[in-house]
Design a protein around this ligand. Structure first.
Ligand code: AMP
Ligand code: GLY
Length: 440
């Protein structure tokens, strides 16, 4: 039976989710809340707040929506799954996304470390300190002999809560700033101090349905820094590549056995089976994986890069996750590479001006073979104007990474707004390694 689905989110990830779901046959109608000028192409817009569950429930009942796919972490951490499960009139509505209990794996770094410790999942050695343990934390830092060390705010700190400290002085200042609440408010009042892992990062994203079944999505590398050569401030993500050379098949196998399986089974053993997307950030050190963090959702802009590589019916995959039938679902990918570049407002991730008119030749971009996913953009008086830092993403699939990147950069010539910029070196280090026949 065909069902109606609601995608929650206003970013490029929501746009890519809605597009990919619209290509399949499972859903009779798509809605997006609050959506953006991109999601409008595939889904009917419903306005509202992504954490106003009462209003979301009313809209679902009004439109006969029976599946909700949650993009960002906020509604998950705030308990959208629990809300619908407990509602008498809406318990039939299925959520693709974990419970708040499980979303804590992203919402609290201390909780995530304890989870890994309990289930034997490899991660950097660590210590947790609470607000009233400042003196103990300082003593701990003073006896450390190896630097850098990593200090993490426990709670969500808009992606800024991790400090890599190169000297004892830096580390002491970080500990004091966080535990006192001065640096990240309540999010920093518990901290994790952990060993620095020198290695290569990769993102493994799985979809799992609460029965123990899971499927791995294509691997991606994101580029967090604002500037060329990984310089400048951290951003939400300036680009993404997905190419088979990111990791070896044997590393994938080790990650499956040592990280993915124990993680999925860990949730089951804790009595809280996980349903939804789970994003595992790994550091590879001498061929061994260490979990850097978990996110309770798809990455952004990883989603924009990897969903277009899915060959199977994505709407069936979402439905199978919602219904707990993932084990019977086939997931195939195009044997291609993918690239994404973010086109952002001048000044981002610091202060930037909004309401700049966006000029975009979507026909030319289409001819190049690129997708456009919108994020910080809105329509005003029939015109497209900027409304956020990451304004839109250009994405291409191609037989080679080089070709995928070329298409994105060619497409970027057909986008203009005052003060826009983008990184010109997404994937460059991988292309250089591929050129000499080495893995990335
Ligand atoms: P997180 O928010 O935990 O993903 O951390 C943000 C970034 O900090 C990661 O993507 C890594 O690049 C870096 N990082 C976090 N923990 C470590 C660690 N133990 N060793 C080295 N780098 C780390
Ligand atoms: N691009 C990183 C994230 O979504 O967390």
């Amino acid at each position: 039976m065909k069902t109606k689905v609601l995608v929650i989110g206003a970013d490029g990830r929501a746009d890519a989710l809605a597009r990919q779901a619209s290509l399949g046959i499972h859903f009779s109608h798509l809605y997006a809340l609050p959506g953006n000028p991109g999601t409008k192409r595939w889904a009917t817009t419903i306005s509202g707040s992504i954490t106003d569950f009462v209003a979301i429930e009313k809209e679902c009942l009004k439109h006969g929506i029976t599946t909700i796919v949650v993009g960002p972490e906020d509604p998950l951490v705030k308990g959208i799954s629990e809300y619908f499960a407990a509602s008498q009139s809406s318990a039939h509505i299925k959520i693709v996304g974990p419970s708040a209990k499980n979303a804590k794996i992203e919402g609290s770094k201390a909780h995530a470390k304890q989870f890994m410790d309990r289930h034997g999942i490899p991660t950097a050695p660590f210590q947790i300190f609470k607000e009233d343990q400042l003196e103990l934390a300082k003593l701990y830092i003073e006896q450390l002999t190896v630097f850098p060390t990593v200090i993490k705010a426990d709670g969500l700190a808009a992606g800024k809560g991790v400090l890599i400290c190169h000297t004892p002085e830096e580390a002491l200042a970080a500990v004091e700033g966080m535990l006192s609440g001065a640096k990240f408010g309540d999010a920093g009042k518990t901290i994790v101090v952990e060993e620095f892992l020198p290695g290569k990062e990769s993102s493994f994203i799985v979809i799992t349905d609460g029965t123990g079944a899971w499927k791995l999505l294509p691997l991606a590398r994101d580029y967090k820094r604002a500037g060329v050569g990984d310089t400048g401030l951290n951003t939400g993500g300036m680009g993404v590549i997905s190419t088979p050379s990111l990791v070896t098949e044997s590393f994938k196998q080790i990650v499956t056995e040592r990280v993915i399986e124990p993680t999925i089974q860990g949730f089951i053993a804790d009595g809280t089976p996980y349903k939804g997307f789970l994003y595992i950030q790994l550091m590879e050190v001498e061929g061994q994986p260490f979990v850097v963090e978990y996110n309770c959702r798809l990455g952004d802009p990883e989603t924009e890069g990897i969903l277009p590589l899915i060959k199977s019916d994505f709407s069936e995959l979402l439905a199978a996750c919602a219904n707990g039938t993932l084990k019977y679902t086939n997931l195939e990918f195009h044997e291609e590479c993918s690239a994404v570049i973010a086109i952002v407002s001048g000044g981002y991730p610091g202060d930037f001006e909004k309401d700049k008119k966006i000029m975009i030749n979507k026909y030319a971009i289409g001819r190049i073979g690129c997708n456009i996913f919108f994020a910080g953009a809105k329509e005003e008086h029939g015109e497209l104007v900027t409304s956020g830092g990451r304004v839109l993403y250009l994405q291409a699939n191609a037989p080679t990474l080089k070709e995928a990147l070329n298409r994105c950069y060619e497409a970027a010539k057909h986008v203009f707004f005052d003060n826009m910029y983008f990184r010109t070196d997404i994937g460059a280090e991988v292309l250089a390694l591929e050129a000499i026949g080495q893995e990335a």
